[in-house]
Design a protein around this ligand. Structure first.
Ligand code: NI
Length: 163
């Protein structure tokens, strides 16, 4: 296992759109375990492959307080079931260090993904998982939490980051 370098805003590589995973092999398992190790080392609750400069649709997550419930989502996709049901949550991001901002997202979604063996799964998640998976899928689309903020605020964060 290895700890990978996490890219930080405004690195342009964070803007790449990730491609779907098609091979469910040993190398995918290695990427996922390295991503988990990196996420734990950085004390994050989720990490998208884009953040470690791997542009494939892979997300790892651990929302447990004990940090002993690793989850891997391959090719995750979601549909909004009710766009009037919203949840505001103070989000942080390993790629935007030192910044937390309240972001509002739909909290009634239908989620599909594959596991490391390529087996398909589906769920209607609730609470933190709903928010976190949308944040991480944004990364796979080249989108960052700063994109939800006003241009002025985003600019301030960019200036702070380049110091
Ligand atoms: Ni993030």
């Amino acid at each position: 296992m290895a700890i990978l370098k996490v890219l930080t805003f405004p690195d342009p590589r964070l803007r790449k759109v990730a491609v779907p995973v098609t091979k469910f092999d040993k190398s995918l398992e290695t990427i996922a375990s390295n991503m988990l190790e990196t996420m734990y080392a950085e004390d994050g609750i989720g990490l998208a492959a884009t953040q470690v400069n791997i542009h494939e649709r892979i997300i790892v997550m651990d929302l447990s307080e004990e940090r002993n419930d690793p989850k891997v989502f391959i090719n995750p996709e979601f549909k909004i079931l009710n766009d009037k049901s919203l949840l505001s949550f103070t989000e942080g991001c390993l790629s935007v260090p030192g910044i937390t901002e309240e972001i509002t997202r739909p909290d009634n979604i239908y989620l599909t993904w594959q596991d490391l063996k390529g087996v398909s799964h589906e769920a209607e998640p609730s609470g933190l998982l709903t928010i976190c998976i949308q944040h991480e899928i944004d990364h796979l689309e080249g989108k960052l939490m700063v994109d939800y903020l006003s241009p002025l605020k985003r600019d301030r964060i960019r200036k702070k980051a380049s110091k």
